[in-house]
Design a protein. Sequence first.
Length: 132
Amino acid sequence: MPSRSTTPARRRVLFVEDSDDLRQIARMVLDRGGYDVDQACDGGSALKLLARPDRDYDVVIVNLRLPDLSGARVVTEAQTKRPFTPIIVVSVDGRPSDGLFVRLQNPYTPEALLAAVEAALARALPRGVASR
């Protein structure tokens, strides 16, 4: 039996979405995909989680339409507080991903959610490496 030290650590995702149903489905999909998930139901809650020094996120997923703060503000704060953490923006506009974020069109399938997380992780710079 392998020791716990040889088991790869699960990556942590912050999922920011105001819909209770979507948050619960995403948690289930991401958990089954091997990710630990923290959830925020609004922008203010997301900013509090991002400010916690005891939380290190591998990916942040943000719905651009949130009830209190705009998702764009959450994205800006996330980029400031955690510049090397990849961000997935969820929107209904269907614009393709660009150099800054991976975009996920809402509505999306569980497979599309997991593919977006993998794409974001693949684009992430190692911590401490500046982008050109």
